[in-house]
Design a protein around this ligand. Structure first.
Ligand SMILES: NC(=O)CCC(=O)C(=O)O
Length: 315
């Protein structure tokens, strides 16, 4: 009895590692397409198409696009540029292009985000396409960007957008990917849920601004790992992709798309101009990093725990 309660206490402190899904590939190239966005939607779609083709020609197997890449980032534009993704075809020229390209180029695309019309609501939505061109997942931004920093920036996405309700984790040809959109990056629990569900990589299309970008963009991306070390240790890559900066635009994006490795290290980044960042993701490092800091043994799960509401509800 005593020994079984001791082992339960021990287990609470340091539960056995959750089984990690084996990644389907060891290594591959990711491309972060930091592209310019203009008021001309057709041009934006053609431009994204050519940048994805360029990235694939350079060897990328996964292409990540920025937040709101087919439209200017503004509440006036979201309803005008919004597409009916579920209807597809002509009702969603942006995602039709992504679907065709992923199939033709045999790549996975995490398609940044576009304004999505669904009935009378509009969402900020990221679509993930597999190498067969099928839509594998759709993430609707969960945490809307409503902030007011006096004298600096005020933005209220909730004026036009509706928040998504579901975390999105998807198995792709290049691993298990958790998706967040921009402001979602600030909410640690979302990333922890993805880690708990065995993600190999987190992708955040984002468009931080000139006030919070320099302060928080890289910090948050690297912290997504740092905080996770407390429970699920360092076994993730984190990729962000921003639009390129357009100084005259109503909303000026920070840029600085970045890939962070499983030790919290910046593996590849850029400034604010248009760029395709190509970098290698090597999943064999996940296990290596996991054993070099034995946090699992050291954590105090008897004092704190993460509750996965969705998993609990499904039990
Ligand atoms: N589009 C966004 O969600 C912007 C988020 C942002 O700039 C932030 O500081 O957070």
């Amino acid at each position: 009895m005593a020994s079984s309660s001791a082992s339960m206490a021990e287990q609470a402190r340091a539960p056995p590692a959750l089984p990690l899904p084996a990644p389907p590939v060891d290594k591959f190239m990711i491309a972060l397409c930091q592209i310019t966005v203009t008021p001309d939607k057709e041009r934006n779609i053609a431009h994204a198409r050519s940048k994805i083709q360029e990235a694939a020609a350079k060897g990328a197997k996964l292409v990540l696009l920025p937040e709101i890449w087919n439209s200017p980032y503004s509440n006036d534009c979201f309803p005008v540029y919004a597409e009916d993704i579920d209807a597809g075809g002509d009702a969603s020229p942006s995602t039709t292009m992504l679907s065709q390209l992923s199939r033709n180029l045999n790549i996975t695309i995490v398609g940044g985000s576009i304004p999505e019309r669904s009935g009378d609501r509009i969402f900020n939505t990221c679509c993930v396409f597999g190498t067969d061109g099928n839509l594998k997942a759709k993430h609707r931004k969960i945490h809307l960007f409503d902030i007011d920093i006096p004298g600096k920036i005020t933005f209220m996405e909730s004026k036009t957008l509706t928040a998504g309700e579901t975390p999105t984790i998807v198995d792709t040809e290049v691993g298990r990917i958790g998706i967040g959109i921009c402001y979602d990056l600030r909410f640690q629990e979302l990333a922890m849920i993805y880690a708990a569900r065995g993600a190999h990589l987190l992708c955040y299309p984002g468009a931080f601004n000139m006030t919070t970008g320099p302060l928080h963009w890289e910090l948050l991306q690297r912290a997504r790992l740092g905080k996770m070390w407390e429970i699920y240790f360092e076994r993730l890559y984190v990729a962000t992709c921003s639009p390129a900066r357009e100084p005259g635009a109503g909303y000026v994006a920070w840029g600085h798309s970045t890939l962070v490795g499983p030790f919290g290290e910046v593996l590849a980044t850029t400034e604010h101009e248009e760029a395709i960042i190509l970098a290698e993701i090597d999943y064999s490092l996940l296990e290596l990093r996991r054993t070099s800091l034995p946090l699992l043994k050291q954590r105090r799960g008897d004092l704190y725990q993460l509750v996965d509401v969705k998993r609990l509800n499904s039990q």
